[in-house]
Design a binder for this molecule. Structure first.
Ligand code: GLA
Length: 506
């Protein structure tokens, strides 16, 4: 063996040691570029996520792209082969991707504040699937006349809150059966809406097909209709829905025809990563495009806009053809999130009315994350808001408590009141919020919500709430008569509600 080759010149040894002790940053690869995670799922769809990174020294900038939208990186760093990037989600919570570069693979842990952390592997890609070249210009904005639908807030059931990606044909049929047997249909819950993850591929002519969880959409719609229910579906103006399935971009008219052919009665149209294509200021035109496509089918289809309350959608939603529009980001099954949504609603109440409703998102009643009192508050406030009542629980097996909340005739009557005037926050007194909604025939509904973690005893401040005469109210959850102004003392459970519906003049 020639030992001579093992002897390194002193200069190289020093350089090597310097490299070792200067810290690993000097060894870091440049992470600049497009990193794509892509994985085929059992239902045939490919989930994708992109980190579009630009490295300067050990600082990273760029964006995190998911099918539901992209987030600008606010802070990013590289340390050796470890990297970390942080963005802020729409609710202002940190959304973090961090991990290591191993060979040519980026091992990423995604810390989404709304989900459990999960791991993905990304590799370098030449192009970004979320970037679209030559975006089709949306139509010129015009005022669409009302479509005559949803004269009261739509009621029904939607698959997302409980099932998310686990919804399939069999479950939808069982829900249809259960909506009838539980009495939900007869109480007014008419729409059975499939949310995201039904979408399959387009064929050579561009026609969308459902994926293997839904073998025959037309047959499923026929089944739902045979139960006396209406059938709803979901899409996005982006090439990808929020869960990364096929969206309607560049196929709007074709998709509207397909939906009408299947017998669709309701479309939820979800913005998701359409921000990669259009500025927010184009939202109205983009939503109008699908409204026009739906109307061109001549089938009455309720049109639900879902763009999380951006761009003051309540000001233009009806003119873009919308029957309802989401007013916030997503709800989840917690009292905290439900009340965050509640606190944004009063200011926009005046924009709701027959045919066009504020949508504070679907119901979580019965999903298990809140107490029965909290669910009663949720249901009461949604009724005060004249909100769409889309149940999101497993209606095949409801506890008596949850049934009694969803099926309470008086709370439904408040929600569906034909005047269609949304209620407002009238008064805050220590821990209690008082909401008042005007009802047809000079009626009034009042919700007193206890925000405290302990029971609270109150005296309803009738005069301050505009009740100057003697009236009889019904407390909706107990069924008891309440005479104003003599009956005023209540104890409201923690996070609970007293919901009063005017019955008759005393
Ligand atoms: C968005 C919507 C939700 C649901 C999901 C589906 O988050 O706001 O209501 O439709 O997309 O991916």
């Amino acid at each position: 063996m020639n030992l001579g080759v093992m002897v390194l010149p002193m200069k190289s040894v020093i350089a090597f040691l310097a490299l070792m002790f200067a810290g690993p940053v000097l060894l870091a690869a440049d992470l600049s570029g497009i990193w794509l995670h892509s994985a085929r799922q059992p239902d045939g769809h490919t989930s994708q996520m992109v980190l579009a990174l630009l490295q300067s020294g050990n600082t990273l900038t760029g964006k995190i792209e998911q099918p539901w939208g992209s987030l600008a990186i606010k802070e990013g760093k590289v340390d050796g082969n470890h990297f970390s990037v942080t963005a802020m989600n729409d609710e202002g919570h940190p959304y973090i991707c961090e991990g290591t570069l191993e060979g040519d693979k980026l091992h990423v842990t995604v810390r989404d504040p709304n989900a459990q952390p999960y791991d993905v592997v990304a590799t370098r890609a030449k192009s970004d699937p979320f970037t679209v070249a030559n975006v089709i210009t949306p139509p010129a904005v015009r005022d669409l006349p009302p479509n005559g639908l949803a004269t009261t807030p739509p009621m029904g059931w939607n698959s997302w809150n409980l099932f998310a990606g686990r919804i399939d044909d069999k479950t939808v049929r069982e829900m249809a059966d259960a909506m009838v047997s539980s009495g939900l249909r007869d109480a007014g819950y008419i729409y059975l809406n499939i949310d995201d993850t039904w979408e399959g591929d387009r064929d050579a002519s561009g026609v969308i097909h459902s994926n293997n969880k839904f073998p025959d959409m037309k047959a499923l719609a026929d089944y739902v209709h045979s139960k006396g229910l209406k059938f709803g579906i979901y899409s996005s103006p982006s090439p990808y829905t929020c869960a990364g399935y096929e969206g309607s971009y560049a196929h709007e008219a074709q998709d509207a025809k397909t939906y009408a052919g299947w017998g669709v009665d309701y479309l939820k149209y979800d913005w998701c990563s359409a921000s990669n294509l259009y500025p927010d200021s184009a939202m109205r035109a983009v939503y109008q495009k699908m409204a026009e496509a739906l109307r061109a089918t001549n089938r009455p289809i309720v049109y639900s806009l879902c763009q999380y309350g951006r761009e003051n959608v309540w000001e233009w939603g009806p003119k873009a053809g919308g029957n309802l529009w989401r007013t916030t980001g997503d709800i989840n099954d917690t009292y905290k999130r439900m009340m965050e949504i509640v606190d944004t609603q009063s200011a926009i109440a005046k924009w709701a009315g027959p045919g066009h409703w504020n949508d504070p998102d679907m119901l979580e009643v019965g999903n298990g994350g809140m107490t029965a009192d909290e669910y009663r508050t949720h249901m009461s406030l949604w009724a005060i808001f004249a909100a769409p009542l889309l149940a999101g629980n497993d209606v095949r097996g409801m506890t008596p408590d949850m049934r009694s909340i969803l099926l309470n005739k008086d709370v439904i009557a408040i929600d569906q009141d034909p005047l269609g005037k949304e209620g407002e926050l009238a008064l805050k007194r220590s821990d209690v919020d008082y909401w008042v909604r005007s009802l047809a025939g000079s009626g009034i509904a009042i919700a007193a919500v206890n925000r405290a973690n302990a029971p609270v005893s109150v005296k309803i401040p009738w005069t301050e709430l505009g009740i100057h005469d003697r009236f009889v109210f019904k407390e909706v959850w107990s069924g008891l008569d309440v005479k104003a102004p003599s009956d005023s003392a209540f104890t409201i459970p923690p996070h609970g509600v007293v919901l009063l519906k005017m019955e008759m003049v005393n």
